[in-house]
Design a binder for this molecule. Sequence first.
Ligand code: ZN
Length: 617
Amino acid sequence: MVQRLSPVVVVLLFAFAAPALAQSPVLYRLSFPAPEQHWMQVEIRFTDVPPGTLRVVMSRTSPGRYALHDFARHVSDVQIDDGAGRALTAERPSSSEWDVSGHAGTVRVRYRVFGDSTEGTFLGIDSTHAHINMPAAMMWAHGLEERSVRVTFDLPPASGWKVATQLHTTSDPSTFTGGNLAYLIDSPAEASRFALRTFAVGRETFRLALHHDGSDREADRLIQDIRQLVSEEAAVFGEFPAYEGSAYTFLADLLPSAASDGMEHRNSTVITSPVALRVAGERLSVLAAVAHEFFHGWNVERIRPRSLEPFNLEDVNMSGELWLAEGFTNYYGALLLHRAGLANLSDTAAGWGSTLDTVIRSPARKYRSAEDMSRLAPVVDKSFVFDEPDLEGTYISYYVWGEAIALGLDLTLRERSAGTITLDDYMRAMWTRYGKPGGPTEGLVSHPYTIEDARNCLADVAGDPAFAQDFFDRYIRGREVVDYRALLERAGLLLRKRNPGRAWIGPLQLSFEFGGARVSSPTLQDTPVHAAGLDRGDEVLALDGRAVESNVTVDQVLRDHRPGDSVQVRIRRNGVPQVLTVTTQEDPRLELVPVEAERPLTRSERSLRDAWLSSRQ
Ligand SMILES: [Zn+2]
């Protein structure tokens, strides 16, 4: 929660300081004495500080991520003084906090912060750029959250770096401002020799700051495709949000050292990836990230769950609505890529097929709803590496399940209204009610929604409160899935078994690292290998009498068998040899393909498919 001034402090402020001075901006200065060593120097000057202790904080969380990251672990050499060189004492109530006392109204904090990861949450400093996610870099002070900020970049001499950010420009090209702490924290910055491209749609200006090692022509082509996507996305809502500042900025780092990531902000988005734009498939993955993140400008940045607003920089915000915030955004990312003509039908269908395969077959639906999965975000979003073995069979990503819910709801709305009501209408209604009204303070959302609001909005759009109640009860707060097969076939898409008639034992991850084959991750519930008792750590000596030398051996054994056959597995567990029996079953995995794979498309299928998947512009 954002801490507010206590009444006592407010009285003191009015008694001893002129109100205008009480709003003195917080001044930040960033410099880069040794970028190749991956750190930057931060200097912060707090002036007109109310008497008493000033609590200075390094954030523990970052908007758009849902777990604790404890950014203070990368901070060192902290020096705190009165602005004129007289050191001030600071108590340390926690590893992220400095309680500064004995000041006379000015507190200067200087420190080094390390960062060597180019992605959306952390900090990446090297000889080619400074890629800054603000919570990972900037301390702030309790009680001063509503003050404006002024950020100056002291760029390395002769580096040729410029700065791209959604912070507001000033007459000095190296100095930017923001209305308050929430806006500062939401404003990533890229300082490098990036290629800059701009375009306008209506009255809005869009910028691409592209740091890459590709050609100018690749940058030109990318901006064309982004323009296409931006227009297609606006057509869903009928308008752009009222972006703060003069432009919306895409901050893209496509570098071999970058991680694959995307991070949404109010008036900008960060896209990082190690891929090369000259490879068509890799280029498409960048556009897919753009499609997802740009949609967040409406859904999450402005149509925002109350559980994420205001964002708590010192502890996790737990949200039961991420199936809508992230999952619906995932659905629209794929849908809009197709509507914009950037993805073909087979690829789009294959993506949704894999989503539905996960959700429909996952044993996790026995234990948790989509709302429950959302509430696991503080645990599962901790890192990119999934290292909680018990979650393997009890967790489905809210990105994936939410995408399946959006797909099911879109097709259900179309079916029950003969095509006159769609998920676009629902998103537009959520926008009109909760996103568009905006608010008086930049960086904050004044009309966040609750899950009941989202259900009531569906009731109004569908004109049927009982339908909305039932849909939420069964598919969002319950653990059922809609009848995808029937709904999709009406649009000429077949949800079918991927390998009919083929024997299957379930996913079996084997590691061959130390000689022999060892099961390297937990076996999944409701699969033949799990039912046979095989689990992580078991050494597989033989499968069906054959030594297992690679995954190819497993495939060969399965090809020799039919569903329902018994296959013996000799294992060694804790040094003791054992024999287990696996009973194969028919491969249950699903795929989604255009119906033309089996028969001609009917006229009504074509008309639903076109209304759903073709351009709205
Ligand atoms: Zn997202």
